[in-house]
Design a protein around this ligand. Sequence first.
Ligand SMILES: *[C@@H]1O[C@H](CO)[C@@H](O)[C@H](O)[C@H]1NC(C)=O
Ligand SMILES: *[C@@H]1O[C@H](CO)[C@@H](O)[C@H](O)[C@H]1NC(C)=O
Ligand SMILES: *[C@@H]1O[C@H](CO)[C@@H](O)[C@H](O)[C@H]1NC(C)=O
Ligand SMILES: *[C@@H]1O[C@H](CO)[C@@H](O)[C@H](O)[C@H]1NC(C)=O
Ligand SMILES: *[C@@H]1O[C@H](CO)[C@@H](O)[C@H](O)[C@H]1NC(C)=O
Ligand SMILES: *[C@@H]1O[C@H](CO)[C@@H](O)[C@H](O)[C@H]1NC(C)=O
Length: 530
Amino acid sequence: MNNPTSSLVLLFFLLIFTCICEITAKVDKADSKLYIVYLGHKPHDDHELITDSHHDILGQVAGSKEEAKKVMVYSYRHGFSGFAAKLTDSQAKQIGELPGVIRVIQNPLYKTHTSRSWDFLGLSKSDPNNINLLNKTNQGDGVIIGVLDSGIWGDSEAFNDNGLGPIPSRWKASCKSEGNFNATKHCNRKIIGTRWYIKGLMEEKRLNQTMVEKIYNLSPLDDTGHGTHVAYTAAGSYVNNVEYYGLNMGTVRGGAPLARLAIYKVCWKDNVTESHCGGADILAGIDDAIKDGVDILSVSLGGGGGPNFAEVNVESLLGIGSFHAVSHGIPVVAAGGNSGPDSNTIGNTSPWVINVAASNSDREIVTPLILGNNKTILGQGLFKGNEQAFAPLITFANITSHDQIQFIANEVKGKVLMLFFQKEEDMVISLSKLRATGVLAFIVVTRPLAQITDYNQTVFRVPIPFISVDLEQGNQIFDYFAQCESNNQDPTIKLGRPEVREGNKIVLQVPRFSSRGPNSFAPEILKVNI
Ligand SMILES: *[C@@H]1O[C@H](CO)[C@@H](O)[C@H](O)[C@H]1NC(C)=O
Ligand SMILES: *[C@@H]1O[C@H](CO)[C@@H](O)[C@H](O)[C@H]1NC(C)=O
Ligand SMILES: *[C@@H]1O[C@H](CO)[C@@H](O)[C@H](O)[C@H]1NC(C)=O
Ligand SMILES: *[C@@H]1O[C@H](CO)[C@@H](O)[C@H](O)[C@H]1NC(C)=O
Ligand SMILES: *[C@@H]1O[C@H](CO)[C@@H](O)[C@H](O)[C@H]1NC(C)=O
Ligand SMILES: *[C@@H]1O[C@H](CO)[C@@H](O)[C@H](O)[C@H]1NC(C)=O
């Protein structure tokens, strides 16, 4: 290297190298995406040192440690080691080849998925058949449940802290005022921790601070209701005499009414789309939850019905995060997803995650349908108000899809209309087409447990009573209608007051919308498969 020629060659190469670097550096800003660089178990407990080592690794492709600090979005260092950073595709590739880097994954977006249930499952204080699990576990007293979701609406009787002792001293985090989340109103001995994470989503949507502040509610307060629902299901307090559209639903509670709640808001709703949860933000939430000292994690999020992967899916951030939580002794409970009814639609297939599906229970809200011959049929669904008067009944066996609705629109005014549909979308579209016709009520014949949730939403949006019946019930109503027609009588029907029924023997079913197993890549992992 002493001879001048090789020095010149070296200089030349250095120059070219610097130039390329400059060009890449310019491209960086525009073409960078958020990547998660996963490094496995954390090597030791010195968190500062771990973050410093992350800057070193990132510095190798970002050009310098200073530049690394600028493009790093999160440093994960409590439950595991890794970081999220803004990288170009080629930088991501380079960093993937560095020693110690296990995997580089582009930031994915997740969606949110997801009383009587607990008594039905035998988790009750009074059930004579139960194994006394609720009592044996002290109703969850002393347990801290971490919920990764859309935040919490804390100012509610549902999260009262009656009967709860002081916050466990081992708890390392806190619940504090931020934005429109008011600690005085929203925090207590039930809701003991709140944190929120949006930097990953911000990168994904390419929003600056001004825009993020304008679009999102930057506080732990729940904008969608999903997080509050999930938190209540897990650890809601006892609330007596709950009314739901005028019906007394009795006492409601969560599964572990004395457990505490720690809220990690990772899902965000803007004014247009459904809520989204950034993978990098979810990982940051899990990393903190492990540090804070949660005992169990509830994660009702998923990728949304895409293909699932091998049993140990190296690309699944939820899989990676939950693996480290579980290896710290924190069980992770996740939703199977709402992409049913086909098989292989289950999400969150990692074997270390506990999956939950939806099911019916032995409580239903029924509306009695009283026919003119006094025969009563119990339909599903509710409407606000008291028993109605007898009204004309009309039905059409030949209308089975929404594009035929125009033929009957003039005939349904002041009548209760029953229709048989093959497809659910026909039901929803038909209802909206008939909204202005003056139809009195709508009975739809459908498969049991099809899309219960959508039906309810439709009921509440449209102020027309809406009741669903199964095929057998539908045929009974139709027989009555046909009999009247042939006897030249006017068929009539009356809607009784909706009521809550409990404790009947039922066939347990997973509703249509709930995702099914098995894992398509590793069918020996059944997961939720009933
Ligand atoms: C469970 O405990 C409650 C009080 O904590 C008590 O009233 C109830 O009888 C117990 N139930 C059973 C089945 O032991
Ligand atoms: C927070 O709530 C308390 C109690 O309702 C109220 O007195 C206080 O003014 C609220 N603080 C803010 C900043 O809104
Ligand atoms: C933030 O982004 C918006 C929309 O892209 C832009 O109009 C605005 O100038 C940006 N603000 C800053 C401070 O960069
Ligand atoms: C949503 O918010 C953004 C930012 O404030 C605004 O530009 C947009 O018009 C809003 N969209 C709707 C549908 O309200
Ligand atoms: C239906 O019941 C009412 C009251 O119980 C009775 O007055 C009426 O005659 C009955 N109608 C038929 C068709 O049985
Ligand atoms: C359906 O049948 C009725 C008679 O029950 C008839 O009047 C009507 O034209 C038929 N409608 C269609 C769309 O076929």
